[in-house]
Ligand binder design. Structure first.
Ligand code: URA
Length: 199
């Protein structure tokens, strides 16, 4: 792979179309010991310009909801399945997802998060390796092995879905509420169990 110091991919030319369409590689952002890792699909125009994930309209929706549930953006890490903007914001291809998977896996491995929150269909299907009806399954906590390590994955709709369809707002809010609970439960005693267990 290209070099990956501090989880940053600084040079990569695996996907010819993305090399042409990107203006820069957009790496994950946030603390490397965050309890929660959010995974999006890939950078959009704003992200490509600024070099940071979720800084456009979807990012505003996400930031607002993070604030509401008390999971501030500076406490979480956020990354994407592919780090380069696809042309015309098309979905990343299977090959592109596979090309970038190693970087995502290295990030998950280093972070060792309590929970991974997948934002939308692409990251959810990519990490669960099955087809997913995201709207129906949002809020569901799944057990999945990533590179042989068991991980907890919380399915969430993409923040942009709430912009197209207001009825998704509640689904989005409820999933983030759940993410905040999972992070706080683990922060309180490290075992993933609530303090009331055993009563
Ligand atoms: N949508 C995504 O999936 N990722 C981003 O970084 C921005 C918008």
């Amino acid at each position: 792979m290209g070099s990956m110091e501090d989880l940053r991919v600084s040079a990569c030319t695996r996907c010819p179309e993305l090399v042409d369409s990107r203006s820069q590689i957009v790496n994950g952002a946030g603390p490397e010991d965050a309890d929660v890792l959010f995974v999006g699909e890939g950078p959009g125009a704003q992200e490509d310009e600024e070099g940071e994930p979720f800084v456009g309209r979807s990012g505003s929706v996400l930031d607002e909801q993070l604030r509401i549930v008390g999971l501030d953006r500076d406490r979480i890490r956020i990354t994407n399945c592919v780090r380069c903007r696809p042309p015309e914001n098309r979905d990343p291809t299977k090959d592109e997802l596979e090309n970038c998977r190693e970087y995502l896996e290295a990030e998950i491995d280093r972070l060792d998060p309590d929970v991974i929150v997948t934002l939308g269909k692409v990251p959810t299907e990519h990490l669960l390796d099955r087809s997913v009806a995201v709207t129906k399954e949002a809020g569901s906590l799944e057990d999945v092995r990533i590179e042989g390590t068991p991980r907890r994955l919380l399915i969430c709709v993409h923040p942009a879905a709430t912009l197209y369809d207001r009825s998704q707002e509640e689904t989005f809010a409820a999933a983030l509420e759940r993410a905040a609970e999972l992070a706080d439960v683990d922060a309180s005693n490290g075992s993933g169990q609530t303090r009331l267990d055993g009563f």
